[in-house]
Design a protein around this ligand. Structure first.
Ligand code: HEM
Length: 467
């Protein structure tokens, strides 16, 4: 028996389990739940192509650490990102990842926190007009706030007061992500020559014009500044108290005479950073707020946690993050239940031995994050419930690290994990200090179109909190 799950996948002809042949499925999300329940690898076909689904943490670990190559569908994002990180072949990915990791060292992230606090405060202020208005959709405001913050930390560019530019840029990112993910659902577009003649490709190119113009101009500007600094033998000036991703990469990859990256490679890495940070953080933030709004008790406890660690109005500092234990539990629990990337894909280049089966070389493997995160064997019978308390007791937590997979376990997992958690927590602190929020995650309908998106809107009621 498969529970009703979100997300339809119309192309699936038939499916069977590797070990125990069982009933067919027509719902891709169901594969994760099915694998999680049965505990083995599930195999299904799209036309003649087999796909293997894994949800057991041990198997997941083997796949994500041994198979670094990405599944063929990642080539659909190449027009947007080139082969920089997410879609890169392994040797290029290894080189680029090393440079990008330098940008996410803890001391650099600590410098971002001041910015996150300011952005969170501004975001909370923009909600004043929503107080008492019944259920409101916060997506547009969250999008602006996330984009302003990520453009600052990635490029060092301030979009304040440039709402039109912000909205156009956000629309271009949205259009390009939607067009690319739609390609998976249109099998006739899998062939590049057909795709390149399609209206979808035209739509993508139009959106990319806006994205590329911005990154191209900014890369040139920052490169020129960097060269001038090198010529004058000046140290880096931490404008605004932090160093952007682009600045850190330039500092580490470019001298007066040599550069590891050419302009297009640099631009691709920057676009990859923005696109990886954008929808993920927006939707994850929405899911966190909706889950918090679903439980007044949870909300009160977060506020107690904030008050006991920070008092009524002290700003969040990096050493407070580990002290806000309950807030951490709530955020992780919300993103466990609603992982914005419900599946990731890998490609096996050799026979890969898992606990009970061997996946043949040259196979497509789906690491089913939704299924892993809701696997009852590891998370208990209440795996589908929103229960932050489970994170407070090691006895109620799965022993295997890969059982919490929202950020993509393994070596090609999320570089921005700590960044995203810091940003979300800073926003929750500012928001809950000012407002009480009400929502109901149980009423929320989600769909999987590459990303997990709320189908039913993202409605939240906001009331002023009495101090
Ligand atoms: C809560 C928000 C986020 C979630 C849930 C998330 C999730 C993920 C997942 C699942 C992957 C693996 C993708 C795959 O294997 O196909 C990934 C990769 C990545 N993420 Fe995130 N992400 C988030 C926020 C961010 C942010 C804020 C940044 C940057 C500031 C970022 C940068 C990246 C990059 C660069 C990769 C590619 C890593 C590589 O290929 O080596 N992410 N993320």
């Amino acid at each position: 028996q498969v529970t009703t799950c979100p997300g339809k996948w119309p192309l699936i002809g038939h499916a069977h389990k590797l070990v125990n042949k069982k009933e067919a499925f027509h719902n891709l999300m169901a594969f994760g739940e099915y694998s999680a329940k049965i505990g083995d690898v599930t195999k299904f076909y799209i036309g003649p192509m087999p796909f293997y689904v894994v949800t057991e943490p041990e198997d997941v670990s083997t796949i994500v650490n041994k198979c670094l190559d990405k599944m063929f569908v990642y080539k659909f994002i190449e027009p947007m990102l080139g082969k920089s990180l997410t879609a890169a072949e392994v040797p290029i990915w290894k080189r680029n990842r090393k440079f990008v990791e330098l940008c996410f060292k803890q001391h650099i992230l600590d410098d971002y926190l001041q910015l996150f606090n300011e952005r969170a405060e501004r975001f909370a202020e923009t909600l004043a007009e929503d107080v008492g208005q019944g259920e409101v959709d916060l997506k547009k405001k969250i999008t602006r706030s996330v984009l302003e913050t990520s453009v600052m930390t990635t490029f060092g560019i301030n979009l304040d007061g440039k709402n039109e530019m912000n909205d156009n840029y956000a629309k271009a990112i949205n259009d390009s992500l939607n067009t690319v993910s739609d390609r998976i659902y249109k099998p006739w577009l899998i062939i590049d020559t057909i795709y390149n003649l399609s209206s979808d490709r035209k739509k993508l190119d139009k959106a990319l014009e806006t994205i590329f113009k911005f990154s191209k101009e900014t890369v040139l500007l920052r490169k020129t500044e960097h060269l001038q600094r090198l010529q004058k033998k000046e140290d880096f000036n931490h404008k605004g108290g932090f160093q952007s991703v682009l600045d850190v990469i330039l500092e580490n990859s470019m001298t007066e005479t040599e550069s590891v990256f050419n302009d297009v490679e640099l631009r691709n890495i920057m676009d990859n950073m923005i696109l990886a940070a954008f929808d993920t953080t927006i939707y994850q933030m929405l899911y966190v707020l909706i889950c918090i709004g679903s439980s007044p008790e949870v909300q009160d406890k977060i506020l107690e946690d904030i008050n006991s660690v920070l008092g009524k109005d002290k700003q969040l500092k990096s050493n407070n993050l580990s002290q806000l234990v309950y807030l951490d539990a709530v955020v992780k629990e919300a993103i466990r239940l609603y992982p914005v990337g419900p599946m990731i894909g890998r490609h096996t280049t050799a026979h890969t031995k898992l606990r009970n089966v061997t996946i043949p070389a040259e196979s497509s493997v789906i690491v089913h994050i939704w299924g892993i995160n809701r696997n009852k064997r590891y998370w208990g019978l209440d795996a589908e419930e929103f229960n932050p308390e489970r994170w407070l007791d090691s006895k109620t937590m799965p022993k295997h690290q890969a059982a919490f997979a929202t950020f993509g376990p393994g070596r090609r997992g999320c570089i921005g994990k700590t960044y995203a958690l810091m940003y979300i927590k800073a926003t929750v602190v500012s928001l809950l200090r000012k407002y009480k929020i009400t929502a109901d995650h149980k009423k929320m309908k989600v769909e999987c179109r590459v990303m997990l998106k709320p189908l039913s809107g993202h409605l939240i009621k906001i009331e002023k909190r009495n101090k």
